[in-house]
Design a protein around this ligand. Structure first.
Ligand SMILES: NC(=O)c1ccc[n+]([C@@H]2O[C@H](COP(=O)([O-])OP(=O)(O)OC[C@H]3O[C@@H](n4cnc5c(N)ncnc54)[C@H](O)[C@@H]3O)[C@@H](O)[C@H]2O)c1
Length: 355
């Protein structure tokens, strides 16, 4: 036997997962199971048709509907929707949409309402007990196990309409969860198989879904990968990559998934030299000789923007973000300092190849 003797703490995600084509039609039964009869429906504007269909499925169980979802969950929006929920006497929250809808749902659920999620992107937020709220350009991450959805209905049909570039970026966001879950502080032999299997599923199925958005097998495999990515993230936690993305998103209102895609090859490339055998396992999962190059090439192949400068980050942000992250650095396999962070951010800002 080689390698260290394992020692870890694993906290499982107690959410009921219902996965399958058409699973949204079981929503009313799932709410009955939870004893919920007066729910608030939060749906992204882009999911209006699906939201209308869900309203029909919910029937008398629907008490209020919110369409005004915004990225990075502005604090005033969270407060407004929480007041609406109280005013109409809602006993639960249902979200239909990506991480922004789930984030708003969690911000309301923390007031004590059970949450049920129907994800339409690969963000994985529905598997975690944390969410971000933005106040005056600062995105604060909050954590409370009460916001974990009681039930998640993964229906791949809800992702058929996800546009190619959103599919690509969201898939890269999920891939970031998988790869960072391999080196994050809470990584364990329980979370690593989800992370590696999820990475493999995403690297195969997401480019296929970009090419064939209506293929049920491809969309199903990509969504399974996203679920595994969310579970890996929830149990292993986050590190340097997610910290940088949160700071960038909050400071410059950058698009979340696209920022993940542009930054990921550089963070993987930064850590790769110290990961030893894990770097090789990552490369195999990504399907490339080197994970950082494989991740970069995958994103480029799917047509994603690889320059943070094109995604709204000003050049002054290189020094600002490096200083902010260096002031409270996350645990990271390779030691971090401000100069190393500036160099990493400069490469991502210019869209260089990683490493
Ligand atoms: N807490 C967590 O664990 C976690 C994890 C990942 C992301 N997040 C948060 O989630 C947010 C980003 O989530 P996201 O990347 O899913 O973005 P999003 O929810 O903003 O969705 C991205 C875009 O896709 C559109 N869209 C969503 N589903 C669609 C569909 N089926 N068809 C057509 N268009 C559709 C949306 O309207 C939006 O324009 C950020 O605020 C991020 O911080 C949280």
């Amino acid at each position: 036997m080689t390698g260290p003797v394992p020692s870890f703490v694993h906290e499982g995600v107690p959410t009921r997962i219902v996965f399958g084509l058409g699973s949204r039609h079981g929503l009313a039964d799932e709410l009955d199971r939870l004893g919920l009869s007066q729910v608030l429906l939060i749906a992204s504007g882009s999911s209006r048709d699906a939201a209308n269909e869900l309203a029909g499925i919910l029937d008398h169980r629907l008490t209020w509907r919110v369409d005004g979802v915004r990225q990075h969950v502005p604090a005033e929006l969270a407060a407004e929707v929480t007041q609406d929920a109280t005013r109409v006497g809602a006993d639960g929250v249902v979200t239909l949409g990506g991480g922004s809808a789930v984030g708003l749902g969690k911000a309301v659920a923390v007031s004590g309402l059970p949450l049920v999620a129907l994800p339409t992107t690969y963000s994985g937020s529905e598997m975690t007990a944390f969410w971000g709220v933005t106040t005056a350009g600062h995105k604060e991450v909050r954590r409370n196990s009460q916001v974990l959805p009681k039930t998640v209905l993964y229906d791949p049909e809800l992702t058929f309409g996800l546009p190619p570039l959103v599919t690509a970026a969201s898939g890269m966001n999920a891939l970031a969860h998988c790869l960072e879950a391999l080196w994050a502080a809470g990584a364990s032999p329980i979370s690593a198989p989800w992370a590696l299997d999820g990475a493999r599923a995403l690297c195969e199925a997401v480019p296929a879904a970009v090419a064939e958005p209506w293929d049920p097998k491809v969309r199903s495999r990509a969504l399974v990968g996203a679920c595994q990515a969310g579970l890996a993230l929830a149990t292993a936690g986050t590190g340097l990559h997610h910290k940088l993305c949160h700071v960038l998103g909050g400071r410059y209102d950058m698009p979340h998934a696209e920022t993940h895609a542009a930054l990921l090859p550089h963070v993987v490339g930064f850590n790769e030299p110290v990961l030893g055998a894990l770097a090789a396992r990552m490369a195999i999962a990504v399907g490339s000789g080197r994970a950082s190059t494989g991740v970069h090439d995958l994103a480029v192949r799917m047509g994603l923007t690889m320059e943070l400068s094109e995604l709204g980050m000003p050049e002054s942000g290189i020094a600002e973000v490096a200083a902010e992250v260096a002031a409270s650095p996350p645990a990271n396999p390779r030691p971090l300092d401000e100069a190393a962070l500036r160099s990493l951010l400069r490469s991502a800002w210019e869209g260089d190849s990683p490493g």
